[in-house]
Write a protein of this length. Structure first.
Length: 249
């Protein structure tokens, strides 16, 4: 044990955005029950790469008694994490995760209503989903439906918050969804890199919620475009918790 500089995380200030975990090159920080946690003193080099990323000021560098930084342990941990990420999801071959394209037969939106009892049925929305699955972790980055696609990347909660999500966003797009607060953002970034490299996408639209933790999904997409040196038509939309569009680039 020794007295040295090390990261300190104030759980009360932490909003669970996960940006610090993404910024930590040693993977010393993880989200546990929606809060950032320093997993082990030995993983933290005390340099504070995570410090500027925190939007709430929950992270600081302090001096306290702790174990020494162990580069060998960190290297081993990084390799183990990389190996886990390389494993294909659902190795059981679950038929529910098989990639498939969904064909839609669209009809005239003008529906004739004979009496008021049929109005609610006439106004029912039609699904615009064009493929399955939709969870990013289950998406095959080489699926045929991704070829030259207009890709919609949506934070999980956005479709529940915004009432006309299918018509305004999913229509004519291939949709992938995920939660940047609960999932591994580095995995997202790596998956987007695969998708961009393999599919000659036409455009990417990202729809996120206004809450700070949702910014992670935007960062993952932008980092993937930068790392693949790919210029795409890009659109970003932010939905308020009340269900309104408050930003549309």
């Amino acid at each position: 044990m020794m007295i040295r500089k090390i990261v300190d995380i104030n759980e009360e200030k932490c909003n669970g955005c996960g940006l610090c975990a993404e910024a930590c090159h040693e993977n010393a920080i993880e989200l546990v029950n929606g809060k950032a946690k320093l997993i082990s003193d030995e993983y933290c080099d005390g340099l504070g790469d995570c410090l500027p990323e925190c939007p709430t000021g929950a992270i600081s560098i302090i001096e306290r008694e702790s174990r020494a930084y162990d580069e060998e342990l960190v290297t081993k941990r990084i390799k183990e994490i990389k190996k886990l990420k390389e494993q294909k999801p659902m190795p059981c071959g679950c038929p529910g995760t098989a990639a498939k394209k969904i064909k839609r037969n669209y009809h005239d939106d003008k529906v004739k209503v004979k009496n008021t009892e049929n109005i609610s049925d006439a106004l029912k929305s039609t699904s615009e989903l064009n493929q399955w699955p939709v969870q990013l972790k289950l998406i095959n980055s080489n699926a045929d439906y991704l070829k030259e696609a207009n890709l919609l990347v949506a934070a999980d909660c956005s479709a529940y918050a915004y009432g006309n999500f299918h018509k305004d966003f999913i229509k004519n797009h291939i949709t992938v969804i995920g939660c940047p607060k609960l999932d591994d953002i580095k995995y997202y970034e790596d998956k987007f890199i695969e998708i961009i490299k393999n599919n000659n996408l036409k455009s990417i639209t990202v729809v996120r919620m206004e809450v700070p933790c949702c910014s992670g999904i935007v960062n993952a997409v932008k980092n993937a475009m930068l790392k693949t040196q790919t210029i795409l038509s890009y659109r970003e939309v932010i939905i308020s918790t009340e269900g309104n569009i408050i930003f549309n680039s």
